[in-house]
Design a protein around this ligand. Structure first.
Ligand code: SF4
Ligand code: SF4
Length: 189
């Protein structure tokens, strides 16, 4: 369904002054600043068990990512170690960063029950913008956004993951799979 942006909204004089939004933004920023600055003091004085601050000591401490978080896209793996992907190429086309490359293989009629599969499937995380288009485009529930964002490395070439590196057990992605089923209502496709 197309979404249209109304560009003819008329702002009042008060809104055009931007003052309310500037004051609101400064209030939020200041509140975070002071809570972060003083929130650790009761903890260090032994009066509280937890620090009342927004930041964490990464990487020793990690935050719980919300289920809607989009980390690196991965391919769920069947119990026999193969992907669900049928190499249709829709994710490749939907990808705005052109970072998915698929080389399909086809059944000649006597190999196995799968008609088409990816002989190779690569995603270049150095180029990926983690938009989630590939996940939304896939008709086979064969690619999902994981919550893994720790992919930085010194050699860009190593950020291009192959099929073997992309395969991830379904159990690790189950929450995300359930989430996307609700979000995209894929059973209606
Ligand atoms: S998340 Fe976006 S940029 Fe990354 S592989 Fe998927 S479609 Fe491409
Ligand atoms: S991951 Fe999904 S959309 Fe991409 S090629 Fe495989 S089946 Fe098609």
């Amino acid at each position: 369904m197309a979404y249209y942006v109304n560009r003819n909204v008329k702002l009042t004089w008060w809104e055009r002054s931007y003052l309310p939004e500037i004051i609101r933004g400064m209030y939020i920023t200041s509140r975070h600043f002071f809570v972060n600055m003083f929130g650790f003091i009761p903890f260090f004085l032994g009066k509280k068990k937890e620090r009342e601050i927004f930041t964490v000591y990464y990487p020793e401490e990690m935050v719980d990512y919300p289920i809607a978080y989009r980390g690196r896209p991965v391919l769920p793996m069947k119990e026999d170690g193969t992907p669900y992907c049928v190499a249709c190429g829709l994710c490749e086309i939907a990808c705005p960063a052109y970072c998915i490359d698929i080389i399909p293989a086809e059944n000649s009629g006597k190999q196995n029950e799968v008609e088409r599969w990816p002989a190779e499937f690569t995603i270049d995380y150095a180029v990926c913008i983690f938009c989630g288009n590939c996940e939304e485009a896939c008709p086979e529930e064969a690619i999902f956004m994981s919550n893994d964002c720790e992919i930085s490395m010194l050699d860009r070439k190593k950020m291009k993951y192959n099929l073997e590196q992309l395969l991830t057990p379904v159990a690790e992605l189950q929450d995300r799979i359930d989430f996307t089923r609700n979000m995209y209502a894929k059973w209606n496709y």
